[in-house]
Unconditional design. Structure first.
Length: 242
């Protein structure tokens, strides 16, 4: 009988502890949400969860991360690094978010140059008029030969309703998008055409994942590499990341 009472007592204590933890988490979430709404009324948080630092929560907004004290007063931007393990905790989380965001866009909104014997898949934000984007594309066959499938996301850096934007839309609306992209990147002036297209949405995605220039290469583990990377160097980096 005493054993049964002891077990019941333990279960009761555990239940109250769990309830208090849940209540504290809810209270801190509400404080954080309230503070963020005051300064960023249009911001919608996707997830709030405890960070490795006591009293600080990790806030996810799309693929972006912030750290906010549980009382909602202080917001920290930047990477959270474990100095003992030298692990960039924030970047590990961002990799996951980037992959989720890119996969949510779907391959139906990409221009894909597949490898015959694929070993890796990279997703590249590209601007038709970007010099290094053109350099990368001149070597597209070499990337493919090395087993790298390249999925392009059109990203005119100059913004909507600019010459680069209209070129991107024209490429997308062409009967053969691969051929049109290649021609446009060689400097050919394609006749402008229009149709329903994802270009503006892809530009929004680039902003969400923290794009700062083109080309920007998202590796198959979610890491984002800015700038042009030669085919052999990229293949080596992808092999080493496995």
């Amino acid at each position: 009988m005493m054993n049964i009472r002891w077990v019941k007592a333990c279960l009761t204590v555990m239940l109250f502890a769990a309830m208090n933890t849940a209540f504290a988490a809810t209270a801190s979430h509400e404080a954080i949400e309230s503070s963020l709404r005051k300064v960023l009324p249009d911001m919608k948080t996707d997830q709030i969860r405890p960070s490795p630092i006591e009293g600080v929560s990790e806030v996810q907004v799309g693929p972006r991360l912030f750290y906010v004290t549980n009382d909602g007063r202080y917001l920290l931007q930047g990477s959270l690094i474990d100095l003992q393990t030298r692990q960039d905790i924030s970047e590990d989380r961002r990799k996951t978010f980037r992959l989720e965001a890119v996969n949510a866009i779907g391959e139906q909104n990409m221009i894909i140059f597949p490898a015959k014997n694929p070993r890796h898949t990279v997703t590249v934000f590209t601007d038709v008029d970007c010099t290094y984007c053109r350099k990368l594309h001149r070597e597209i066959n070499r990337y493919n030969d090395l087993g790298i499938t390249v999925r392009y996301l059109l990203y005119p850096r100059s913004g909507v309703n600019t010459p680069s934007y209209y070129k991107a839309v024209t490429v997308w609306c062409s009967g053969n998008r691969q051929e049109a992209l290649t021609r446009a990147k060689t400097g050919e002036d394609l006749k402008r055409i229009d149709c329903p297209n994802p270009v503006a949405d892809l530009m929004d995605l680039g902003q969400e994942v923290g794009l700062q220039g083109t080309p920007a290469i998202i590796l198959d583990d979610g890491e984002m590499v800015p700038g042009y990377v030669p085919p052999e160097k990229l293949a080596k980096a992808l092999d080493e990341s496995r």
